[in-house]
Design a protein around this ligand. Structure first.
Ligand code: HSE
Length: 371
């Protein structure tokens, strides 16, 4: 396999190093803005050099972001090249364009590293779907947010100090707002749910709340009441359509989610016969992510393409009732108070996120149903 590698940042460099040690694949050209010299690959500033090179059968996209990643991936597919990408923003946003195009052109497209870093989550969804219906997916999908919340919980670090450390360790996106506002988790949820359910979910119906406003006082309240706060995604099949959302959520200390450390992810599916299956591993970082890119390249060598056929558009209805910890705004229907915050009576997810969109200074976290 001859690879044209787009990008030589955290992930691209990892892919280059892992493939350099292999006999079955070669990165022969690298697209990079910087001046760079590599022993085994030609470095170019011009994507056309990769597109025109007929010896390159597979393009690995490790640029991140939507543009120019979308234009490059689309052009590669149109040129008949297989594509491996770690880009969740691209796969979530351009799903309706890229997946049918790959099917039409008969090229293989994979994106396992786009959700869960080093966890083989998307590839496992494909295997589960062969046997049974997946009824629910979700969990801790963002290493940066988990690192921040874990550092605040266990090490009493301030929010800012924890975020700086996550950036230093290479976990955060170029713009860390994408992480802390829940957008990265939102992208990963969309990709996961589309594959798990074989549909294209209505993205506009999926709200995301992040952790930007969380404080040390919030953490103290959670600790006092026996909870740990995590940023989680959730999507499930319902009688009519699907529910899907991203929000900070409180887990009792004994829950699996509560003990997920540093940049680790814990992602769960519920299968109609297998029940709950959870996947745990490093959700961010150079080598965990590069590992799954190389796995995808090997799958492509075997002729394995996308995880499911392109499915129809599906509506999202978030009418599930939940109780929330809410600080930084007035709420009419409170059940009790925790310090400066209220615990609301059950309210639909849609209503709470609608309220939050009008009170961006507030912080919310959902409480588990049974508590
Ligand atoms: N910024 C992402 C995270 C990188 O922190 O999880 C991996 O997708």
């Amino acid at each position: 396999m001859k690879i044209g590698l787009l990008g030589f940042g955290t992930v691209g460099k990892g892919v280059y190093k892992l493939t350099a040690a292999r006999q079955d694949m070669l990165v022969s050209r690298v697209l990079c803005r910087r001046e760079l010299s590599l022993p085994d690959a030609e470095v170019t500033h011009d994507f056309a050099d990769i597109l025109r090179d007929s010896t390159i059968d597979t393009v690995v996209e490790a640029i991140g972001g939507l543009h120019p990643a979308f234009e490059y991936v689309k052009a590669a597919i149109e040129a008949g090249k297989n594509v491996v990408t770690a880009n969740k923003a691209l796969m979530a946003t351009c799903y309706d364009e890229l997946l049918p195009l790959a099917e039409e052109k008969g090229v293989l497209l994979r994106c396992t590293a786009s959700v869960g870093g080093g966890i083989g989550w998307l590839s496992e969804l494909e295997r589960v779907r062969r046997i049974e219906t997946i009824t629910q997916v979700g969990g801790i999908m963002n290493g940066t947010c988990n690192f921040i919340l874990d550092s605040m919980t266990r090490l009493n670090l301030s929010y800012d100090a924890a975020l700086r450390q996550a950036q230093f360790l290479g976990y955060a996106e170029a713009d860390p707002s994408t992480d802390v506002d829940g957008i990265d988790t939102w992208h990963k949820l969309i990709v996961s749910a589309n594959i798990a359910f074989g549909v294209s979910l209505d993205r506009d119906g999926i709200p995301a709340a992040g952790i930007r406003r969380v404080t040390a006082d919030d953490m103290a309240q959670f600790h006092a009441h026996g909870y740990v706060c995590k940023l989680v995604s959730f999507a499930c099949r319902q009688e009519k359509g699907f529910a899907a959302f991203v929000q900070p959520t409180l887990f009792p200390n004994r829950a699996l989610e509560a003990s997920v450390p540093t940049n680790y992810n814990l992602i769960t599916l519920v299968g109609s016969t297998s029940g709950r299956q959870s996947f745990y591993g490093q959700g961010a970082g150079r080598y965990p992510t590069a590992y799954n890119v190389v796995q995808d390249c090997m799958d492509i060598q075997k002729g394995t393409g996308f995880y499911c056929r392109y499915g129809s558009k599906a509506a999202v209805h978030n009418d599930l009732p939940m109780r929330y910890y809410l600080r930084g705004g007035e709420w009419q229907d409170a059940e009790t108070r925790w310090g400066d915050a209220v615990i609301t009576k059950p309210v639909s997810v849609a209503e709470m996120h609608h309220w939050l969109s009008r009170h961006p200074e507030a912080f919310i976290a959902a409480l588990p149903a049974e508590e």
